[in-house]
Design a protein around this ligand. Sequence first.
Ligand SMILES: Cc1cc2nc3c(=O)[nH]c(=O)nc-3n(C[C@H](O)[C@H](O)[C@H](O)COP(=O)(O)OP(=O)(O)OC[C@H]3O[C@@H](n4cnc5c(N)ncnc54)[C@H](O)[C@@H]3O)c2cc1C
Length: 321
Amino acid sequence: MAEVLVLAEHSGGEVRKVTGELLTAARRFGEPAAVWAGPGAEEGQGRLAEFGAVKVYVAGGAEFDDYVVAPTAELLAALAERVSPAAVLVAGTIQGKEIAGRLAVKIGSGVLTDAVDVTAGGGRLVAEQSAFGGATIVHSAVRQGVPIVAVRPNSVPAEPAPAAATLEDAGVTVSEAAKGARITERVVAEKSGRPDLTEASIVVSGGRGVGGAENMALIEKLADCLGAAVGASRAVTDAGWYPHQFQVGQTGKTVSPQLYMAIGISGAIQHRAGMQTSKTILAVNKDPEAPIFELADFGVVGDLFNVVPQLIEEIGKRAQG
Ligand SMILES: Cc1cc2nc3c(=O)[nH]c(=O)nc-3n(C[C@H](O)[C@H](O)[C@H](O)COP(=O)(O)OP(=O)(O)OC[C@H]3O[C@@H](n4cnc5c(N)ncnc54)[C@H](O)[C@@H]3O)c2cc1C
């Protein structure tokens, strides 16, 4: 059976959730082989085994941590030429998409990004993408070379399927050309204790309707009683009411949680672009004509300052009961 290369997303030895999702998807097309760039493979091996990695190609050199994305693209290109995989799957993160693009150029293959599912159709890999606020579902296949697909986090449920995850030295030397952009400093973001926005199962986002920075505390309170991540519309981040790294949308983060709560958000196309693939969408807005209601599975027409505290109270009661 042909191998399917899966680029493991990890932070040191900690495997990110999306990697389990990619390995689950990879099993549909062949034998999943994880690719580990940077130190920490021994610590991550257990998680990779849990989700079906038959082997793990390890390139443990510090250069994969020190030089942005180019060394990882080179690593994948060398492995793709050596093992002729059925496909290469990467996470549809900003970094993952850049690696996918570089890899495609290096090996002369087609690349598909922002896939929300991957299936086998007519003997080839078919990627599903969502366009125009979710109004159009696109199915695409790569016609040249090895399909390279960037799959959005939270799109494919991770299902365990234990395998050996045997570590194997990738045996790849990074070229000087790939060392053009060096990382000189890393600043660890302050941890809020909330889940990562792009990986959270529930996201609660606040929009201009919250009326000011001080009222984002209400959004945080709702998020905390659900164990959710906090997001924001661009109106909120541009106004300085909440940090930019929490912006959801075309020019912000792309999220695809089980539940997305849009509080005081109108539902502009650029906001939808970042959340339209959420499994269930709930909107609270005082304007019954707000476009977000076209997309929402559940909508509450009302003043958020009236609705949200009641929601928090009710969730609190249920959590106790
Ligand atoms: C190139 C480009 C890129 C962009 N990228 C992004 C992006 O990545 N993400 C993004 O979000 N936007 C993006 N935008 C901006 C986007 O077009 C919208 O302007 C923005 O999403 C609006 O944010 P909002 O819904 O919070 O505000 P508004 O559109 O002002 O909506 C506020 C909503 O709150 C409701 N409301 C007000 N008060 C209350 C209340 N008390 N209770 C309940 N509801 C209330 C109102 O009825 C209204 O529907 C981009 C725009 C451009 C041009």
